[in-house]
Design a protein around this ligand. Structure first.
Ligand SMILES: Cc1cc2nc3c(=O)[nH]c(=O)nc-3n(C[C@H](O)[C@H](O)[C@H](O)COP(=O)(O)OP(=O)(O)OC[C@H]3O[C@@H](n4cnc5c(N)ncnc54)[C@H](O)[C@@H]3O)c2cc1C
Length: 298
């Protein structure tokens, strides 16, 4: 057990916490990052748009990610509801605005691994693989007590500790929360036809069904928003039945589909904080604002 004084303490070692730690360390601040080492395998991918990629580039982590990510060159929105009069399909091409791509679709496992390696090798970041178990917030300093009993006192606490955010609660920042009657089924699938780096989002009565390209042309990730009951039923289907349903929803645009193993279901909700900083705590990442992922929003 030890007590430490530093400039910045970052709570939470998800993508937002690691990016915040790298950003502050690069700006010359002493940073302590408190949060567990990544463990749970994550099948999801994160589509990040060009401005977010520019930040990763400035932090020196984009180059090792790029070979594992797929460029998003075209985004197509299809009204797949059963309404009598449907909206026309809309297609956005990055080339129309002079860009090669809107962003990259990055496997979460690659993003998190690359960020953790960068954090570990940065001399300005002290990573404590512990949870923050209590906060004491004064007018001059914020003090985090870690689960190993040590304390970190800092001028600024960065709350990157996810949707429940104990740091946000300790700071007394209130939020507006609304549960959604929706869950997202997430999986990857392979397909017979080349995706050509096109992401297609079908708007349906239960929510968006979004295909996002993966590297190599013949694999994509899927975020399928349905009712919680439907998500569980879909996740329990055998490979052939699920593959056939995905192909039908995709209107066979990518030919024969094969769903890959590894299905995850995420209940969706919306959350927005009334302010982003208070009592020496600043909110970043998931917890100032959380809403259902509607395709690649970056
Ligand atoms: C199905 C789905 C698809 C998505 N697609 C996209 C997309 O295409 N593009 C996009 O930009 N976003 C997407 N998102 C959203 C994106 O995944 C999240 O916004 C992002 O993962 C949030 O990262 P974070 O670091 O803020 O939070 P998290 O990843 O939740 O990390 C929080 C961290 O804080 C730690 N923690 C919690 N409590 C404490 C504590 N007391 N002390 C220390 N550490 C603590 C946790 O262990 C965890 O490591 C998607 C989300 C879902 C569900």
């Amino acid at each position: 057990m030890s007590d430490k004084a530093t400039s910045i303490v970052v709570a939470g070692s998800g993508p937002a916490g690691m990016i915040a730690a790298l950003g502050f360390a690069k700006a010359g601040f002493d940073v302590t990052l408190a949060g567990p080492e990544p463990s749970r395998p994550d099948q999801r991918t994160t589509a990040l748009m060009n401005p977010a990629l520019a930040l990763l580039d400035r932090l020196g982590v984009l180059a090792p990610i790029r070979p594992h990510a797929a460029p998003l060159r075209t985004m197509r929105i299809v009204d797949a509801t059963k309404r009598l009069i449907r909206s026309p399909t809309v297609t956005f091409r990055a080339s129309e605005i002079g860009e090669e791509q809107f962003g990259l679709n990055i496997p979460n496992a690659v993003l998190v691994q690359t960020l953790s390696e960068a954090v570990r090798s940065h001399a300005g970041i002290d990573w404590r693989p512990c949870m923050v178990s209590a906060w004491s917030l004064g007018s001059e300093r914020a003090t985090a007590t870690l689960s190993d009993g040590s304390t970190i006192s800092a001028l600024l606490a960065v709350a990157a500790d996810g949707r429940q955010s104990p740091a946000r609660e300790a700071a007394g920042i209130s939020v507006r929360k609304r549960p959604c009657p929706q869950s997202a089924l997430v999986l990857n699938f392979s397909h017979r036809s080349n995706h050509g780096y096109v992401s297609t989002e079908f708007h349906t009565e239960t929510g968006p069904f979004t295909q996002v390209p993966l590297p190599g042309g013949y694999r994509s990730s899927l975020v399928w928003v349905v009712t919680p009951k439907m998500a569980e039923e879909l996740a329990a289907l055998d490979e052939d039945a699920l593959s056939a349903l995905i192909e039908e929803k995709m209107q066979s645009m990518l030919g024969r589909v094969t769903a890959e193993p590894g299905r995850q279901v995420y209940p969706l909700s919306t959350l927005s904080a009334f302010r982003f900083a208070k009592n020496r705590v600043a909110l970043v990442g998931e917890e100032p604002q959380w809403f259902p992922p509607i395709g690649p929003r970056g």
